[in-house]
Write a new protein. Structure first.
Length: 246
């Protein structure tokens, strides 16, 4: 759909490194759908202005068909990431997205209490979903975003006597390789029971193993299943409510 002169390969590599892997995946998916939308309608790009116009039409199409606002946003910024020189031509698409936000204002997710978090975790554990259950407790205690929580590997968990911390440290610390505010940050597991369970959970496992062997989609399904089981499904809780609650 889009055509332009090919930039230097090293420039493309550095552009790719500017995004977190999850963001890159979202942008790529949205860009592919936008590209398919243009191909289906036989749109042809003859100028930068055409890209902006077609992108605004794509945003309108998503809105009219009950699509996702996040998908529209990722399409706009996915195009801008792939072709930064088009930024000045995307004002119409960004204006359409702003209009969408005004007609459908976002709803913040309320915080979960520690008691509800424990209740939901116990239900998961009883049903054999131990990784998801412990992820609930760690997510609340360490106020983690879902991406930070489910991307933790065993090597990101440091306990006392870990040479990376020194002999004086007596707690359990998590290294957050990638966050919205930067790389290689850390948080301490404050609750001693959660710290003990997490230490036992990772003991003897490979450093490269994921701490919680559950996908993002599976975790969302288990979370909302627990909400329904306790009559909480009408309260707009989401996994981000763990971070809010913590």
């Amino acid at each position: 759909m889009m055509s332009s002169s090919s930039p230097d390969p090293s420039y493309v590599t550095l552009m790719g490194q500017a995004l977190a892997p999850t963001t890159h995946s979202k942008y790529s998916k949205a860009f592919s759908l936008f590209d398919a939308f243009c191909d289906e309608r036989r749109f042809r790009v003859r100028s930068d202005r055409d890209v902006g116009r077609y992108l605004a039409l794509f945003v309108q199409h998503l809105y009219d068909s009950g699509g996702s606002m996040d998908l529209a946003k990722n399409a706009i910024y996915g195009v801008q990431h792939r072709a930064p020189w088009l930024a000045h031509s995307l004002a119409g698409a960004k204006l359409a997205l702003r209009g969408w936000k005004r007609t459908h204002p976002s709803t913040s997710h309320p915080p979960l209490t520690w008691e509800l978090t424990c209740l939901m975790a116990v239900r998961m554990a009883i049903r054999g979903q131990h990784d998801a259950a412990l992820a609930m407790l760690v997510g609340f205690d360490c106020y983690l975003r879902i991406g930070e929580l489910l991307s933790l590997t065993v090597q990101d968990v440091a306990v006392h006597n870990d040479p990376r911390l020194g002999s004086a440290y007596r707690g359990v610390m998590l290294r957050l390789a990638q966050t919205k505010t930067g790389r290689n940050q850390s948080v301490t597991v404050e609750d001693p029971c959660v710290a003990s369970m997490l230490t036992s959970h990772v003991r003897g496992r490979l450093a490269s193993d994921l701490v919680f062997d559950v996908s993002r989609d599976a975790f969302y399904k288990l979370f909302h299943g627990a909400c329904r089981a306790f009559g909480l499904d009408g309260l707009n809780y989401s996994p981000h409510s763990l971070r809010h609650g913590g």
